[in-house]
Design a protein around this ligand. Structure first.
Ligand code: ASP
Length: 537
């Protein structure tokens, strides 16, 4: 459906778009430079600029639900026959599964060949060291005639008194002593954390409905200490995630949290939770019903179609201001990471891991997907990528496939002229379930952690990692660092230490951006492939 206003504007629109794309590129570059400088010297100020990024991000997310619903309703009504939907759906699912499997496989091959985890220290274990506890509330562990291997343990690490089965997050360190924030039992499964005024998290358990402090009684001396990564705050309470309940939630929802499954019981709750899959399902049905009504529904279809054009107009307006928003996002994030002085040493210490992830993502994004685009999608790579410049830069800046979705639709439908009936189905579904970059990352990260801990992985374990990395990537939400949480599923499937994730925390926010670009790029290639196959059916 085209309005008169739209017919008049293509030329200026193309120029504007090109300008806006180069502005975004500059926005990112300036954001990175300023963010690094501000983060290094005035980190607190850099973090305050987060407001600019957050407002921008909200404005994009605001459009996701109207756009998914409207474009799907309109897309379905443009299908000649409802059989088309089955055909598009089948091709989409096959494309998504195959490409995600290929991505995970590339990750597994790369990490086995380059072995980034070999030689990295994860902590130390001394069953023979004798220690005494002293200091305020007996929280300082002093060693007898022994020292620690490393002199800069931070609060990413915990010290464990192995004979007493207690642990505490490290607060400070001297040559032969470590002070912890608070002691907690290792075995307490259902801990609840409450934050004290100074920011320390205190462990509690629920006993007879009441919260009771869980700081255990400690013996003042003993034998056997270890230092290891702590399970990060980010992942606390998520340890119970399993592959089964992640997929169950995706399909049937979760009554406790209100999350809606693929078939929703309430579409407004689905909107509230940004659960895209149930909204896809509902919109498909509504579109199909409108189509089946014939002429009677013509006005309603026209109404949705005009509304859809209006929301696309909003996307375009947001794109114009996106350089400023992206500047805010990047500046604050680098500030939060502490700029070069804190972040670069972390990055260097995990340089080989970072390299393996980026090489793997590049092979998938620059070789495999382009070949598929050319051979099956019959698109010209250069032209197709050019139309998606804004989309991919946004994916990098927001680290969210879902927040990028409005721009993905804009880039694929408006810039690359892929039919709305295909794109409006393939892209929202892709933003939710198709995560090639995440699958690759999870496979690399799991095997990397095994290498760090010196754990030998039998071929069958590698196959399990390959399968769970793919399937848990499908279950990961299209939001920042979702892949880190679903990593737990992969690690637990082969019994790898969950603490190993502590290693990746400081750089995950950066690698997340690269994998999100590949996730979105995979969706865009999928739209071209399915569209071409449909057109030549
Ligand atoms: N941030 C990614 C995305 O939105 C998901 C992930 O964490 O891997 O696509």
């Amino acid at each position: 459906m085209s309005t008169r206003a739209e017919n008049k504007e293509p030329k200026t629109r193309n120029n504007d778009l090109q300008n806006s794309q180069s502005k975004i590129l500059w926005g990112i570059i300036i954001g990175i430079i300023l963010g690094t400088m501000l983060g290094g010297w005035l980190p607190e100020f850099a973090v305050k600029l987060k407001i600019i990024g957050d407002v921008f991000l909200n404005s994009l997310i605001m459009l996701v639900i109207p756009l998914v619903m409207l474009s799907l309703i309109v897309g379905i009504t443009q299908m000649g026959h409802l059989k088309d939907l089955g055909s598009i759906g089948g091709k989409t699912v096959i494309y998504y599964l195959v490409t995600t499997f290929v991505a995970a496989l590339i990750g597994i091959i790369a990490v086995n060949l380059l072995k980034p985890g070999v030689g990295i220290q994860h902590g130390e274990d001394h069953p023979d060291y004798v220690y005494t506890l002293r200091g305020e509330q007996n929280r300082t562990v002093s060693l007898h005639e022994a020292g620690w291997n490393k002199s800069n343990y931070s609060d990413k690490y915990v010290v464990i008194l192995t004979d007493q089965q207690i642990m505490g997050m490290i607060e400070s360190q001297t040559d032969s002593s470590l002070t912890v924030k608070v002691w907690e039992g290792i075995e307490d499964a259902e801990k609840v954390y409450i934050r004290a005024e100074d920011g320390t998290r205190l462990p509690f358990v629920r006993l007879n409905g009441e919260l009771t402090s869980r700081e255990p009684k400690v013996e003042l001396s003993g034998r056997g200490v270890a230092v290891n990564f702590g399970v990060s705050e980010h992942l606390q309470g998520k340890e119970r995630a399993t592959f089964g309940n992640t997929i169950y939630e995706l399909l049937a929802g979760n009554k406790e949290t209100g999350k809606q499954g693929m078939v929703p019981s309430n579409i407004f709750i689905a909107m509230l939770h940004m659960d895209i899959l149930p909204l896809i399902f509902f919109s498909l049905l509504l579109g199909a019903a409108l189509s089946s009504l014939g002429d009677k529904a013509a006005n309603a279809i026209r109404f949705f179609s005009i509304l859809n054009d209006a929301v696309m107009k909003l996307v375009y307006w947001i794109m114009i201001v996106s350089p400023v928003g992206i500047f805010g996002l990047i500046t604050a994030r680098i500030g939060e990471a502490g700029g070069f002085s804190l972040f670069i040493p972390e990055l260097i210490s995990l340089g080989k891991f970072t390299l393996v992830v980026i090489v793997g993502l590049s092979i998938h994004g620059m070789i495999i997907l382009p070949v598929i685009l050319k051979v099956i999608g019959k698109q010209h790579l250069h032209t197709y990528v050019k139309g998606l410049g804004t989309t991919l830069l946004n994916a990098f800046s927001t680290a969210s496939s879902t927040a990028t979705l409005p721009l993905t639709l804009e880039g694929v439908v408006k810039e690359n002229k892929i039919s709305k009936k295909t794109a409006s189905f393939v892209l929202p579904l892709g933003a939710t379930v198709n995560m090639d970059g995440t699958a690759l990352y999870q496979a690399v990260a799991a095997i990397f952690i095994a290498q760090v801990y010196g754990i030998q992985l039998e071929p069958v374990m590698q196959i399990i990692i390959f399968l769970t990395a793919t399937l848990s990537a499908i279950g990961a939400a299209g939001i920042p660092e979702a892949g880190l949480v679903t990593m737990l599923i992969v690690l637990k499937a082969v019994d790898l230490p969950v603490e190993g994730l502590g290693l990746l925390l400081s750089i995950d926010w950066l690698l997340d951006r690269f994998r999100t670009v590949i996730n979105v790029w995979g969706d865009c290639v999928g739209a071209a492939v399915v569209d071409h196959l449909e057109a030549n059916r």
